[in-house]
Ligand binder design. Structure first.
Ligand code: ZN
Length: 317
């Protein structure tokens, strides 16, 4: 089979590898779609780790073989889950990390891993009915969080991004107010501790950008005793925070990343159910498609964010 291997920074090579054999508890899939995730961007650019790297973890595909101990999943089923090495024609995962794709949902709209992460973040961050919620960063994950926040009953949704185009998308998905970081009104900013009344802030702020300025801005916007939920994947070094201001405001911080795999799988199934029910829209977010021999093109699109970009997927068939 063909597998795209990252042989050195920003250079992938299509190589011949044996089709994975299923262990007793394993499911082997023919990969149909694999999302290109910002969490792998630093490694692709060359900022982290060693080479070669085998990338691609947002897999949806068709089951072609299962181990003798696998129950309830059989060849021909459409599945997603927590796979690795997904920029390939075939890959495998243990059965507990595999779940069916609901009927009527296309492979490229059923990328289980990001859906699981979004549902986990949304479930762990207690948005109450009537809250004002701010979102910092409206990329693929931010636009999914926006949809989850609407479902949880926010009264007002404020979207903040450096890209006007991302803000336009946020409006289409139901944001009530949109701002670039330099244009946020004072009433939303509670930046200066001790100055009660400068602004009201937001009850809940989701930091989706994974950047140092994004984290700083989010902590300025969150109100006293509000919730700051860190959804962005912060790579590339330690972050500095104004702990005196954090202490003064007394807000709660949710580190919205998930390592409990059974919980993540439960979140994934809930996310897929919302997509199947039409309550969460992933179809409008898959904007750029690449073939297996052009994984680098997909990562470049993630870096350059051409017009209309939300999410790149690699399609293997
Ligand atoms: Zn991912």
């Amino acid at each position: 089979m063909k597998q795209s291997i990252l042989v050195k920074p920003q250079q992938s090579s299509l190589e011949d590898r044996p089709i994975p054999e299923p262990g007793q508890e394993d499911v082997v899939v023919r990969v149909k779609a694999c999302g290109v995730c910002a969490s792998e961007l630093h490694g692709w650019k060359g900022d982290s780790g060693t080479y070669p790297k085998e990338y691609g973890h947002e897999v949806a595909g068709e089951v072609v073989a299962v181990g003798s101990g696998v129950k309830g999943i059989m060849p021909g089923m459409r599945v997603t889950g927590l796979f690795g090495k997904g920029f390939a024609e075939y890959t495998r995962a243990p059965q507990q990390f595999v779940t069916p794709i609901p009927d009527g949902v296309a492979y490229e709209h059923a990328l289980g891993e990001p859906l699981g992460c979004i549902l986990s973040a949304a479930r762990r961050t207690n948005v109450e009915l009537g809250d004002t919620v701010a979102l910092v960063g409206l990329g693929f994950m931010g636009l999914l969080i926006l949809q989850a926040v609407r479902l949880r009953g926010a009264a007002r949704i404020v979207a903040i991004d450096t890209r006007p185009e991302a803000l336009e998308s946020a409006r289409q998905f139901g944001a009530d107010e949109t701002y670039t970081p330099d244009a946020i009104p004072d009433r939303l900013m509670m930046a200066e501790w001790g100055r009660v009344g400068k602004g009201f802030g937001a009850d809940v702020v989701f930091e989706n950008s994974g950047t140092a300025p994004g984290l700083t801005l989010a902590s300025h916007i969150v109100r006293e005793h509000g919730i700051l939920s860190v959804v962005g994947w912060h790579q590339g070094g330690a972050r500095q925070v104004d702990m005196e201001m954090w202490n003064w405001k007394g807000f709660n911080v949710i580190n919205a990343h998930e390592r409990r795999m059974d919980y993540l799988m439960d979140c994934m199934r809930r996310g897929l159910a919302l997509v199947a029910a039409g309550r969460m829209n992933t179809a409008s977010l898959v904007s750029h498609r690449f073939s297996l021999d052009n994984v680098d093109g997909a990562f470049r699109a993630l870096v350059e964010k051409p017009a209309g970009f939300h999410k790149a997927v690699v399609l293997t068939t």
